[in-house]
Design a protein around this ligand. Structure first.
Ligand code: EPU
Length: 429
């Protein structure tokens, strides 16, 4: 298994190109199941999760071609996928695949809407919490599907197609909003989704569906209206920039000090996180090129933050913020409200010398003068990258194990950071 070796202490200086968003690319690829015509997606990041979803879609009979790189192409440019779901050969998504990546469960909506039937494995447990799928299933039931659970599988049927309905989510869910949106796009009549997730990735998927001929209004607000259409058509769409990758490198820069341009980043996608970083003492400027993050000699100031659905502070940046706060001048409080078990990084950060204690769903972080390198590992993607951030500011060597977590969501992480002066390398093993 590969490891990442970091020797901390260097400031970050230079440019980091921001990739397309993983959490938009995945549902966009899944949306290809809704049409017999070709969906062309540009700016798709090169990530293990994207490759895995290609395999999963391949299992349903979807044909995906990746445009090869030509000499002289920007090495950081995203890939273009041509996705052709003309023939769906199999409406079953097996446990072996769905258990590897939760988001693949989301095929249930499009398969059911287009084929009238889907058999999709329940995703099972997950390192960051229990993460049930009840909202997804309730939304599909509201649209007229008959749903049964049998032997770990969801059997969904709607032989005469889905019918528009009012769907009210009890709690904001990104995935369930994707499911409802995609299924309602092909349902007969009007659907209204209330308490919908407002995340930019929902807006990106809705924009793509609209290009495919869907009739959707209100994406990005809590109420989305969809007028179902009988079929969707070919489209071309570019994935929006990754706000979590953006926030991660912004925090890394705030942690080490320095001056980094996050090229292609969109500040409007993470205003709350950027404001938090300003409070912590970073200088943040939006420019035509992207977001410039600087911190000079001044120390990091503590913050009090609660994660919340968009436009609040994202849970996917909670671990990274905690890493930053380990070196703040004083006490920070970071409350996790989305997932009940998303604090696995706490014990690993402690291995580097961080002082954190948990008080229910709040982590109380007492900033320390110095962190010291150590071997660490994490059980999920964002927790792993928080250890990289801490390692960049720790004295001596930090070895991050289980790098496959990072490869799921961060494209060319060690390359992007070492180009800015970090001492970081991958050790194959
Ligand atoms: N929930 C339910 N029932 C459901 C669905 C969700 O109780 O049927 C609960 C969850 O357990 C959680 C809350 O609702 O407590 C919100 O979960 P949500 O459905 O919004 O999460 P998700 O759609 O499974 C996506 C991202 C996550 C991100 C969350 C929250 C993708 C592929 N995943 O997950 O990203 O943390 O939204 O913003 O978009 C990551 O990228 O590292 C990651 C975990």
């Amino acid at each position: 298994m590969d490891k990442i070796r970091i020797v901390g202490g260097n400031e970050l200086k230079g440019t980091i190109p921001i990739s397309g968003a993983k959490n938009a690319a995945l549902p966009l690829m899944i949306a290809s199941l809704l049409t017999e015509e070709k969906l062309i997606l540009e700016n798709v990041p090169r990530l293990a999760d994207v490759a895995l979803l290609q395999r999963i879609l391949g299992n349903h009979g979807v044909d995906i071609t990746t445009n090869g790189k030509r000499n002289g192409d920007d090495p950081y440019a995203g890939q273009t996928l041509e996705i052709d779901a003309r023939v769906i050969v199999d409406t079953i998504a097996p446990y072996e695949l769905v258990s590897k990546m939760r988001a693949s469960f989301w095929v249930v909506g499009p398969l059911l809407a287009r084929m009238g039937v889907a058999k999709v494995s329940l995703p099972g447990g997950c390192a960051i919490g229990t993460r049930p799928v009840d909202f997804h299933l309730d939304a599909l039931r509201a649209l007229g599907a008959d749903i049964e659970i049998d032997a770990g599988y969801v059997l969904a049927k709607a032989p005469r197609g889905l019918t528009g309905a009012r769907i009210v989510f009890p709690k904001v869910s990104v995935g369930a909003t994707h499911t409802a949106l995609m299924a309602a796009a092909l349902a007969r009549g009007e659907s209204v989704i209330e308490n919908a997730a407002r995340e930019p990735e929902i807006v990106d998927v809705a924009d793509c569906l609209i290009k495919m001929g869907a009739r959707i209004e209100g994406a990005g607000t809590s109420t989305i209206r969809i007028e179902g259409v009988p079929r969707l058509k070919a489209a071309r769409h570019a994935v929006l920039p990754d706000r979590i990758e953006t926030g991660t490198y912004a925090m890394a820069t705030a942690m080490t000090g320095g001056d980094v341009m996050l090229a292609g980043a969109r500040p409007d996608l993470l205003e709350d996180a950027l404001e938090t970083l300003r409070h912590a003492g970073a200088e943040i400027d939006a420019t035509n090129e992207g977001i410039r993050v600087r911190r000079n000699g001044a120390g990091i100031l503590p913050v009090e933050v609660s994660t919340a659905p968009y436009p609040g502070f994202p849970t996917d940046l909670q671990a990274q913020l905690m890493a930053l706060m380990t070196k703040a001048k004083g006490r920070s409080r970071i409350t996790e409200t989305i997932f009940e078990n998303r604090f696995m990084h706490v014990q690993e950060l402690a291995r580097l010398g961080a002082r954190i204690h948990l008080d229910g769903d709040t982590a109380v972080v007492e900033g320390v003068e110095r962190l010291t390198g150590a071997p660490v590992m994490a059980t999920d993607l964002r927790a792993s990258v928080s250890l990289v951030i801490a390692g960049l500011a720790a004295e001596g060597e930090t070895m991050v194990q289980r790098v496959y977590h990072l490869d799921r969501g961060f494209e060319k992480l060690e390359e992007k950071l070492s180009r800015c002066g970090a001492e970081i390398e991958r050790i194959s093993g």
